[in-house]
Design a protein around this ligand. Structure first.
Ligand code: GDP
Length: 453
């Protein structure tokens, strides 16, 4: 549940009209629909908004990665060709769905692939609505739906293309979502934090200082672990939790600052959190380990910030040097916040949690469709794409494929003709326009030969 809402997941074989339905449900033509199978498509997430009623999320698992040859025929071969993709869809659905909208094609009728897929879905213990699409007139509904009754799911006949019965569909799906899932969505979730850094950087001290009580015992003596794994606390009415704090205290051998911390377990903890805090010791500067961890967090697009702790021990001038050095090492990820703090004196501590919340908020940004192309035009006008081998890439449109982290896809005439420098310029423009200053972001370029109609 990336946007915190209960999710309806669209499942169905390729070409039944999932993308068109998705667009209709979110009242947008943002998703890219293709009228032929065999094209790769990103997973799409959107929000279904209804007047004065709670909203819910919708996911088109997409992921059609078959080539044309493997798609054409149905029957046993066809099923085998689909298998991997279908299982992937079902897998996603299990993990995230409050309700499954099982989409079938009323024109094609019931195909073996539908039955195969239905058998998998039935086992998931999630409410299922069978959506019979391409029923382009109410009078056709009975006849076109009849054979799908055999699947045993409740049915609704719609036409995504002609807009028949779509409000009914949105309402029906909402009614099938278990009520408590809406309630959960209304309470803001706690902010999950991971604390990483070398032994003795001051991680435990910082956690204690932020929690406002001695939740973790700090000592120079090895083995003072208190094995509460998650530490929960509330500041100014906001709920926070430090995950995996046992790892923070794991001072196995004789404690010394050169002890290596395992990058893998660090990354694992980071994966459980919304925002990761990497703590450095101002006296020690940035170690090779720290640098490696920064690179890993950066390439994995894990939201993180850097705390330079023990600021009380250094004169301002030296502290500035440490910050400068950290900035240099961060290279192209200049968006990562760097805060100088002191667990001991309390200096700078008040900025940590608000910054973490901001990073989280930015990770969840969803840009409305109307703003995407405006932003693209703005960026292109300010600096037109340079000629590459005598040709200038044409930019057709911009979509947001995902949030967490925000992922933007430019559809261009020839992605090869967009230089890395220009791609970076585009990223910084989007950051500025959409106010995503500190979160990680992905910008992708995709070759496309057509403008979106
Ligand atoms: P951890 O291994 O990263 O959890 O580090 P600890 O929190 O156990 O701290 C290691 C040592 O550094 C302890 O002796 C702390 O008292 C000390 N320490 C932690 N934060 C600060 C700070 O901001 N200033 C100073 N001067 N000492 C600190």
């Amino acid at each position: 549940m990336s946007n915190g809402l209960p999710q309806v997941v669209l499942v169905g074989r390729p070409n039944v009209g999932k993308s068109t339905l998705f667009n209709r449900l979110i009242h947008s033509n943002r998703a890219i629909t293709h009228d032929r199978p065999g094209v790769t498509r990103d997973r799409l997430e959107g929000i279904v908004r209804r007047r004065n009623k709670p909203e819910y999320g919708v996911i088109d698992t997409g992921g059609v990665t078959l080539d044309e040859r493997s798609v054409v025929q149905e029957g046993p071969e066809g099923i085998r060709g689909f298998e991997a993709e279908i299982l992937q869809q079902v897998h996603t659905a299990t993990a995230e769905a409050a309700v499954i909208a099982f989409v079938v094609d009323g024109k094609d009728g019931l195909l073996p692939t539908d039955t195969y897929l239905a058998n998998h879905i039935r086992r998931l213990n999630v409410p299922v609505l069978c959506v019979v699409n391409k029923v382009d007139g109410a009078e056709l509904a009975d006849r076109m739906c009849s054979e799908f009754h055999a699947l045993g799911f409740p049915l609704i006949a719609v036409s995504a293309e002609h807009g028949h019965n779509l409000n009914e569909l949105a309402e029906e799906l909402a009614d099938m979502i278990p009520k408590e899932q809406f309630v959960e969505a209304l309470t803001p979730p706690e902010l999950r934090l991971a604390m990483l850094g070398r032994p003795n950087a001051g991680k435990s001290s910082l956690i204690n200082a932020l929690c406002g009580e001695n939740r973790m015992i700090v000592s120079d003596v090895a083995g003072t672990t208190r094995d509460s794994v998650d530490v929960r606390f509330t500041v100014d009415g906001e709920d926070y939790v430090f995950v995996d704090t046992a790892g923070v205290r794991r001072k196995t051998r004789i404690t010394d600052t050169v002890e290596k911390y395992s990058a893998n377990s660090a990354i694992k903890s980071a994966g459980k959190a919304d925002v990761t805090l990497l703590t450095l010791d101002a006296m020690e500067g940035v170690s090779a380990q720290d640098k490696r961890l920064m690179d890993m967090l950066n390439t994995r697009k894990i939201p993180f910030m850097i705390l330079i702790n023990k600021a009380d021990l250094l004169p301002k001038k030296d502290l500035t040097e440490v910050v400068k050095r950290a900035k240099e090492l961060l290279g192209f990820c200049g968006h990562v916040p760097i805060l100088t703090v002191s667990a001991k004196s309390g200096f700078g501590l008040e900025r940590i949690l608000p910054m973490a919340s901001l990073v989280r908020k930015e990770c969840l940004v969803r840009v409305p469709t109307s703003q995407l192309n405006k932003a693209m035009q703005q960026a292109l006008t300010a600096h037109q794409p340079p000629l590459v081998k005598g040709v200038r890439a044409k930019f057709f449109y911009l979509t947001q494929a995902e949030s967490e982290p925000p992922t933007f896809v430019f559809f261009v005439s020839d992605a090869e003709r967009v230089s890395p420098t220009y791609a970076r310029y585009l990223e910084s423009s989007l950051r500025r326009i959409f106010k995503i200053q500190h979160a990680p972001m992905r910008v992708k370029l995709r070759s496309s030969h057509t403008k979106k109609s």
